[in-house]
Design a protein around this ligand. Structure first.
Ligand code: NAP
Length: 249
C-alpha cells in the first residue's frame, strides 16, 4: 500500500510513534525514525529491519526549527523524496491548575507539542510541494477537542494542533498535500505509565472510555496508516478520534 513511499515519524523511539513506524514499514514505506533519544530510536530501526523493512534513524528535537529542517534534508539525502510525515513527538508536561501552572512548563509543553508540529510541517510541506504532493498526519489528542483539568498547556497545544492542521489543509489541498489530525484517548504507553501505576487512578481513567479499557499504540497506528495512504485520497483537514468512545459522552 505504501510501496516506494518515504515517511518520517517523529518521536518514533517509543509508544505510538514506534507503532506507526512499524506500520508504515510493514506497508512497504522506507521510514525515517526520528527522536531526541538515539538509543530508543535505533531500537525502533532494528525492529523495522527485523520485520524486513527499511529504516534509518535521524535525531531531531522538534522544538528546535533547524533540527526539523535537517530532518527533512537528511530524509531526501537518504531516500530521495518525502511522501508521508507523522508528527507524533509530544510530552505530557506537569499537572497543575491554570493559575498555578509554572511558566517554564507552559513554554516547554507548547514548544514541543505545538511549535514542534509547526516546525515539522513547515519543512515537510515545502519538500512535499517539490515532489508533487504528500500526506501529513499530526498526532493531537482527545484533548484537542475537550478540556482536561490540570493540563492547561497540553490541552491548549493539542487544540492548536487542530487549528494548524485545518489551516494548512486549506492552504495546500490544491497542491495535493493532505493534512489530517488523529485524536487518541488514553493509550498504554510510557507517557501515561505514572497514571496507570495507581489502581484507583487507572480505574478512573478506564471509566472515561465507554469501550471499557485503554487503547493500544497499534490501534492508533491503524488510523494513521489509513490516513497516510491511498484509501484516504479525498480526506483532508479532518480530525479523527481513536478514543474508545471518550468523546461520545
Ligand atoms: P511516549 O511513549 O512518551 O513517546 C514520545 C516520544 O517522543 C519519546 O520517544 C520521546 O523521547 C519523544 N520526544 C519527546 N520530546 C521530543 C522532542 N522535543 N523532539 C522529538 N522527540 C521527542 O509518548 P506516546 O504516548 O507514544 O505519545 C505520542 C504522541 O501521542 C504524543 O504527541 C502524545 O501527546 C500523543 N498522545 C498520547 C496519548 C497517550 O495516552 N499515550 C493520548 C493522546 C495523545 P524521550 O522518551 O527521550 O523523551
Amino acid at each position: 500500500m505504501l510501496k516506494d513511499k518515504v515517511a518520517i515519524v517523529t518521536g518514533a523511539g517509543s509508544g505510538i510513534g514506534r507503532a506507526i513506524a512499524l506500520a508504515y514499514a510493514r506497508a512497504g514505506a522506507k521510514v525515517v525514525v526520528s527522536d531526541t533519544n538515539p538509543v530508543s530510536g535505533e531500537e525502533t530501526v532494528a525492529l523495522v529491519r527485523q520485520a524486513g523493512g527499511s529504516a534509518l534513524f535521524a535525531a531531531a528535537d522538534v522544538s528546535v526549527a533547524p533540527d526539523c529542517a535537517r530532518l527533512v534534508e537528511r530524509t531526501v539525502q537518504a531516500y530521495g523524496r518525502l511522501d508521508i510525515a507523522c508528527n507524533n513527538a509530544g510530552i505530557g508536561g506537569e499537572q497543575a491548575p491554570t493559575a498555578d501552572y509554572p511558566l517554564d512548563a507552559w513554554q516547554r509543553v507548547i514548544g514541543v507539542n505545538l511549535t514542534g508540529v509547526f516546525h515539522c510541517m513547515k519543512y515537510e510541506i515545502a519538500q512535499m510541494l517539490k515532489g508533487g504532493g504528500g500526506a501529513i498526519v499530526n498526532i493531537a489528542s482527545i484533548l484537542g477537542a475537550v478540556g482536561f483539568a490540570n493540563a492547561p498547556a497540553y490541552t491548549a497545544a493539542k487544540h492548536g494542533v487542530l487549528g494548524l492542521t485545518k489551516t494548512a489543509a486549506l492552504e495546500y489541498g490544491p497542491q495535493r498535500v493532505r493534512i489530517n489530525a488523529v485524536g487518541p484517548a488514553f493509550i498504554h504507553t510510557p507517557m501515561i505509565a505514572g497514571l496507570e501505576q495507581d489502581p484507583a487512578s487507572l480505574a478512573q481513567l478506564v471509566g472515561l472510555h465507554p469501550i471499557g479499557r485503554l487503547g493500544t499504540s497499534e490501534e492508533v497506528a491503524e488510523m494513521v496508516l489509513w490516513l497516510s495512504g491511498p484509501g484516504a485520497s479525498f480526506v483532508t483537514g479532518g480530525y479523527y478520534p481513536v478514543d474508545g468512545g471518550y468523546l461520545a459522552r
